[in-house]
Design a protein around this ligand. Structure first.
Ligand code: AHR
Length: 511
C-alpha cells in the first residue's frame, strides 16, 4: 500500500505524487442513482479506407474467390466483425475520399475505370468496391454507414448527386439509375462527411475558407424527409483547436458534428514514429503519455464548442484515432500495415474511457482502421486471418454501446516513469441497455498491479464478473502461427478483493 503525499483532483482524476510501490491504490466513487450522458454506440465505430490491403484482400476478395465469401466479402472477416458488433463504418477515406469520384464505382464492375491511388502506394484502384458493394458490406455487418464526400477535388453537383443517388425514393433519373444497378430501396446514411482533413490532404485550406465551402456544399445536400444524414464538418487534429473554434462559430448550415483526428505515435515524430512490436518500458510509457494527450485535446476542443455552441448541438467526432507505427520492413510503406500488441489493447481502453468521459460531446469515433491498416481489428494473410488484441477490447466494450453513463470520480495513484507520471488506472461506468451496471478498468502501468476500492452509494453489489485481458509480456501479440497469445479470460472476483493486474484491461458486470 502506498502513502499519498498529495491528492489533487484534476478533471475527475485524483493524482497522488511522488510514490513508489508495488501496488497502486485506486478508489472509484459513484452514486448509482445518478445518470450521465448516453454512450452512443457510434463511439465504437471503425474506419475502412481504400488504403493498402484494407478493402481489397482485407474485406473484399470478389465473388469468384476461393476464399469463402458473401457477395465478395470474406465470411471469416465478416463473422469476426459481427461478433464485436461494429456499429458504424466510415468509407471511402480519409485522404482517399477527396479524390474519390462516386461514378467510378457504380455499374458493371468490368467497365469501371481503373485509377491510381495517389495517396497510398500509387497502386491501381479498380473500383471493384463502390457504393453498392460497400452498402452490401455494411448491411451484412448490421452496421450503419458513414459516407465521406469529396470536397477537395469534387464539385457541389457531384456531391449533391451522389447523395440523391443513394437516398432518393422518387422517380428521378438518378434514383432509377440506382435501381437499374440493382438497388430498389434507398439506403440510409447515418453520417455524411463534407471533406476530410481539409487543412491537409483534403485541400490545404484555411478554416475560414472551409466554412464558406461547407455552407455551400451543405445547402445542396437534399434528401427525402427523415433521410437526412448527420452532416460532419472536417475539423482539426492533434493540439489544434482553431478548426473547431472557427467552424462552430461560423457554420450557418445544418451541422451535427465537427471531426477531429489524433494519432498515437510512440515517439511523437512522423519521421521516426516507433516500432510496432519491439519496444521497452520507456517506449510503453511514451506511447501511453502520447495517447493520454487525448484527454487534454478533447477538453480543449470541447471548450471551444461550449463557447460557440452553449446549447450543445454540435458533437465532436473523433473520426480517426489509433496507433501509427513505422512501416514493417519489406512491406510497401504506403500500405500502413502494422502488427498489434498488448500495448495497442491498453491504448484502446484508455481512449474508450476518455471518449466515454466526454460523451456529452463525443458521440461518434472511428478507429483507424478496420482491417490490415494501422491499428487494425483483423489481419489477413491470403486465406488466413487473425484477430488482434485491439479487436478483443472492442469486443469487451460492446456492453457500453448505447449505455447510460454513471458519473464517478476516480482517485488513482500515479504510474510514475522517471520524472513523468500518468494516472495508473482509468475507468468507465455505465448502465447497459440490458439494465446491468458495467465497469471497465485499465491499468496503464506495465509493472504494478492496482487494488481497486468501489465506494458506491445506492448500490448493493458484491461481485464483478467479466473478462480480463493481459499478458506477462508487454510485446505479446497474435501471429498467424500463434493466434491466441493475447485474448480475454473469464474473470470473477469479490469486490472486497478487486485487484487489477499490471498492463491489463478488465470489463465486467457488477452483481
Ligand atoms: O488513416 C490514414 C490517413 O490518416 C487518412 O487517410 C487521413 O485522413 C489521415 O491523415
Amino acid at each position: 500500500m502506498k502513502s499519498k503525499l498529495l491528492v489533487a483532483t484534476l478533471f475527475g482524476v485524483g493524482l497522488s505524487f511522488g510514490c513508489v510501490s508495488e501496488q497502486h491504490d485506486v478508489t472509484l466513487t459513484a452514486n448509482l442513482k445518478e445518470t450521465g450522458p448516453l454512450l452512443h454506440k457510434d463511439i465504437y465505430g471503425q474506419f475502412a479506407e481504400h488504403l493498402g490491403r484494407g478493402i481489397y484482400e482485407g474485406i473484399y476478395v470478389g465473388p469468384d474467390s476461393d476464399i469463402p465469401n458473401t457477395k465478395g466479402f470474406r465470411n471469416d472477416v465478416l463473422n469476426a466483425l459481427r461478433a464485436i458488433k461494429v456499429p458504424l463504418v466510415r468509407w471511402p477515406g480519409g485522404c482517399f475520399a477527396d479524390e474519390y469520384h462516386w461514378r467510378d464505382g457504380i455499374g458493371d464492375p468490368d467497365k469501371r475505370p481503373v485509377k491510381v491511388n495517389t495517396h497510398w502506394g500509387g497502386v491501381e484502384e479498380t473500383n471493384a468496391v463502390g457504393t453498392h458493394e460497400i452498402f452490401d458490406f455494411i448491411e451484412l455487418l448490421g452496421a450503419d454507414a458513414y459516407i465521406n464526400g469529396n470536397l477537395g477535388s469534387g464539385s457541389v453537383r457531384e456531391m449533391a448527386e451522389w447523395v440523391e443517388y443513394m437516398t432518393s425514393d422518387k422517380n428521378s433519373t438518378l434514383a432509377n439509375e440506382r435501381r437499374k444497378n440493382g438497388r430498389e430501396e434507398p439506403w440510409d446514411i447515418a453520417y455524411f462527411g463534407i471533406g476530410n482533413e481539409s487543412w491537409g490532404c483534403g485541400g490545404h485550406m484555411s478554416p475560414e475558407y472551409y466554412v464558406d465551402l461547407y455552407n455551400q456544399y451543405a445547402t445542396f445536400i437534399k434528401t427525402p424527409p427523415g433521410k437526412k444524414p448527420k452532416l460532419v464538418g472536417s475539423g482539426g487534429h492533434t493540439e489544434d483547436t482553431e478548426w473547431t473554434d472557427v467552424l462552430s462559430a461560423n457554420i450557418e448550415r445544418n451541422i451535427s458534428g465537427i471531426s477531429y483526428h489524433f494519432y498515437t505515435l510512440p515517439n511523437s515524430d512522423w519521421q521516426n514514429k516507433g516500432h510496432a512490436t519491439e519496444f521497452n518500458n520507456d517506449d510503453w510509457f511514451a506511447t501511453m503519455e502520447r495517447t493520454y494527450r487525448m484527454d487534454d485535446y478533447l477538453k480543449a476542443n470541447i471548450a471551444k464548442l461550449d463557447k460557440n455552441d452553449p446549447e450543445g448541438k454540435i458533437g465532436l467526432y473523433v473520426d480517426e484515432w489509433g496507433t501509427w507505427y513505422d512501416p514493417e520492413p519489406g512491406r510497401e510503406p504506403g500500405f500502413l500495415y502494422q502488427q498489434n500488441t498488448l500495448r495497442d489493447a491498453v491504448v484502446t481502453a484508455v481512449n474508450f474511457n476518455l471518449f466515454n468521459k466526454y460523451a456529452e460531446r463525443v458521440h461518434m469515433t472511428n478507429i483507424a482502421q478496420m482491417v490490415n491498416v494501422l491499428q487494425a481489428m483483423v489481419l489477413t494473410d491470403g486465406a488466413d486471418m487473425l484477430v488482434t488484441p485491439t479487436y478483443h477490447v472492442f469486443g469487451m466494450y460492446k456492453v457500453f454501446q448505447d449505455a447510460t453513463a454513471i458519473p464517478f470520480t476516480i482517485d488513482s495513484d500515479v504510474y510514475q516513469h522517471g520524472e513523468k507520471q500518468l494516472p495508473a488506472v482509468t475507468a468507465s461506468l455505465a448502465k447497459g441497455t440490458d439494465g446491468h451496471v458495467y465497469l471497465a478498468l485499465v491499468n496503464l502501468d506495465p509493472e504494478n498491479e492496482a487494488s481497486i476500492a468501489l465506494n458506491f452509494s445506492n448500490a448493493n453489489f458484491s461481485k464483478l464478473t467479466g473478462e480480463l485481458l493481459t499478458h506477462d509480456a508487454i510485446t505479446a501479440k497474435n501471429t498467424f502461427k500463434q493466434k491466441e497469445v493475447v485474448k480475454p479470460a473469464a474473470f470473477t472476483t469479490s469486490l472486497n478483493d478487486l485487484t487489477l493486474p499490471a498492463k491489463s484491461v478488465l470489463v465486467g458486470r457488477l452483481q
